[in-house]
Design a protein around this ligand. Sequence first.
Ligand code: TYM
Length: 339
Amino acid sequence: MEPTKKRVFSGIQPTGNIHLGNYLGAVKNWAAKQDEKINYFCIVDLHSLTVPQDPADLRFQTRSLAAMLLACGIDPAKSTLFIQSHVRAHAEGCWLLNCITPLGWLQRMTQFKDKSAKQESVLTGLLDYPVLMAGDIIFYDANEVPVGEDQKQHVELARDIAQRFNSLYEQEFFVIPEPVIPEAGARVMGLDDPTVKMSKSLAHVRGHAIRLLDDPKEIERSFKRAVTDSGNEIVFSDDPEKAGVNNLLGIYKAITGKSEAEVLADFADARGYGDLKKRVAAVTIEALLPIQARYQQLMADPAELDRLLAIGAEQAAAVANPKVDQMKEIMGLVLPQQK
Ligand code: TYM
C-alpha cells in the first residue's frame, strides 16, 4: 500500500517584489516536493491588508504573483494554488480562532514587535496576522509548512492555537503542523547589509535584493555592489565579519543544490571576491531567465490565469469551508438550515 501523503500548506504575500529570499527560502522547495505531497499554496492577500495598500496595485500584484508562482514551477495539476480571499473560511475561521487566542501570545511575536515599532499607527490586523496565518494552515489539516526561518515563530504559534482548541473542546480536531525549514536558503540576507534579512519591504532599495524579475544587467550590478569584508577568504562562516561572503556562498549553494564541500571546490580557483560575485550572479541569472520567460507568457493570458485561480479556489474551499463549519458546530454556533 502506498504510504499516505503528507499535507502541505504554505503562503506568500502579494505585496512588494518577490525576491531571491522568497524563492530560495520557500517557493523553490514548494515546487521541488510537489509530487510527494498533497499541496495547498496560497496567495495571502488578506495578510497584505494588515498594512495600508493601494487597491489597484494590490490587484495587479496578486495576479502577477500567481503568474510568478506558476512560472517557478507550481503545477496546478499537482498543487492547489489559490487566492486567500476567494475562500470564505479564512476570514470567518480567523474570527473563531481569535476568540480562543490569548492576547499575550500575539503581543510577544517578534515580527509584530518589529513591524509595529516602525509605524506611527498600528492596525489591529497587524496584531491579528498570526491568527489568520494559523487558520490558513490548520483549516487544511496541514502536517508540514515549508517556510523560511523568519516564519518559524508564526508556525509554532499555529501549533499552540491548534492544541488549545483541541484541549478546550476535548477532541483531536486540528492536526498539529510542523514548520519545514530548508537546509540552504532559509535566511537570505540583504546584499547591501548582510546583517538584515532580504525583505520585500526593502526590495525597492538599490542593491538590497535580487528581485525575480530583475534583468541580467541589474542582477550583475547588485551582486557586484554586495557588501563583503576587507579580507579575501571564500569560506562558509558564522563570523559576523564574514556575513556578506557567507550569504553569497549560501545563495550559490541553495541555487545549485550542491554540498558545502562542492561549493568550496567550485571557488577554489576564484581570484578574490570579484570572481565570487560574478559566479554567484551567473548561476542566479541562469536560474531566473527561464522563470522570467514563463512569467511573461502567463501574464499575456490573464483569462487563463483567472481560470486556474478559480479552479484552485474551488478545490481549497471544498476542504476549508466544511472544516470551519464543523468548528462552528463544536463551538456551539447554530448552522443555517440547508435549503
Ligand atoms: P512572506 O510573503 O513574507 O514570505 C514568503 C516566504 O518567503 C520566506 N522568506 C525568506 N526566506 C529566506 N530568506 C529571506 N530573506 C526570506 N524572506 C522571506 C518566508 O519565510 C516565507 O516562507 N506570513 C507569511 C505568509 C503566510 C503563510 C501562511 C506562510 C500567510 N499564511 C501559512 C505559511 C503558512 C509571509 O508573510 O510570508
